[in-house]
Design a protein. Structure first.
Length: 322
């Protein structure tokens, strides 16, 4: 059978229903088909794909690992088809569900406060939001948009820049009063460093002196945490020194809850903040496109303000003292 004669959307709908109902007979009842028709359709689908999608037992059906992956893709594609039809019927009015995965710090301080504005502007759009610093596979997790910092390793993904931020070494006034202020990077070896549990692009803290010589210091301390917001909270509690994105701690620096350290040695390495998504932008569903536009419109000015905020500084600066 030629590809032109295959109704792949219908096949996906049938397969989705079989997985949801865990059987050919209940799926057939749901779809208004015969059990044999559903069984033959799934068999033809497996034969065409050259892979087994279902484990068949006398009592139930279960997807194979390949079947689970195919099922996830089917759900995404069928959802996009439904939304495309709704948008066309509503003359392009954005509607449908957008699944967002966002880093905890950015989500807490920037994304979540803006969501009431977005939902008021687009009342037909529903949002599923997960805050996590763990990197997710957008396809496997059925995620429409992920907000991340740093380089983009996966060339299959598209991106839209939201902003950028440098990083600052910070501690609370209470910690500095009890433990002293480090005056050069080497003195950090005598301090408690707060670090992250998951792999970073750079595990050590970078510094550069007045002559441009770079130095790396690996933080040492009794506590490692799984996300940047927890790291910030522990720094505020006076448990040690942390290196955090300046956008994340802009208000803490401005209000004196945290103090920036060794700014004269700060290499000003910038982290790009991006919205990552699947597929070229011109083919995005309207519900995803308006979200990306909204993020760039609302958040870029806030991030620019955080970028320009320096806050109080503590420690010697080789760039100003020499």
């Amino acid at each position: 059978m030629s590809r032109q004669n295959i109704n792949r959307a219908f096949e996906m709908e049938v397969f989705k229903t079989v997985v949801a109902t865990e059987g050919f007979t209940p799926a057939a009842r749901t779809l208004g088909l015969t059990t044999s028709a559903v069984s033959k359709l799934v068999s033809r689908l497996e034969a065409r794909l050259g892979v087994k999608l279902l484990h068949r037992t006398t009592r139930r059906l279960q997807p194979t690992p390949e079947g689970l992956l195919f099922h996830e893709r089917c759900l995404r594609i069928l959802d996009d088809i439904d939304c495309a039809e709704h948008e066309a019927a509503q003359r392009g009015s954005p509607r449908g569900r957008v699944r967002i995965n966002c880093q905890v710090a950015f989500g807490t301080h920037y994304l979540l406060p803006q969501l009431p504005v977005f939902l008021a502007r687009y009342p037909e759009v529903q949002l599923d939001v997960v805050l996590s610093d763990q990197v997710v596979d957008l396809l496997t997790e059925r995620c429409d948009v992920a907000i991340r910092t740093g380089p983009l390793p996966d060339s299959r993904l598209s991106q839209r820049r939201i902003g950028a931020s440098d990083l600052a070494l910070v501690a609370s006034p209470a910690y500095l009063e009890s433990s002293g202020i480090p005056r050069c990077p080497e003195q950090l070896r005598e301090h408690r460093g707060l670090a992250l549990t998951y792999a970073r692009h750079l595990d050590a803290w970078p510094f550069v002196d007045a002559q441009g010589n770079r130095q790396l210091i690996t933080p040492r301390g009794p506590l490692r945490l799984g996300d940047g917001e927890s790291l910030r909270q522990m720094a505020l509690a006076g448990l040690g020194i942390a290196r955090l994105a300046r956008y994340h701690i802009a208000a803490d620096l401005a209000e004196g809850r945290l103090v920036a350290l060794l700014e004269g040695w700060n290499p000003r390495d910038r982290e790009e903040i991006r919205a990552i998504f699947v597929g070229p932008g011109r083919h995005l569903p309207a519900r995803v496109r308006v979200l990306l536009d909204f993020l760039a419109e609302q958040l870029a000015p806030e991030l620019a303000g955080a970028w320009n905020l320096q806050g109080d500084q503590a420690g010697n600066s080789p760039r100003t003292s020499r």
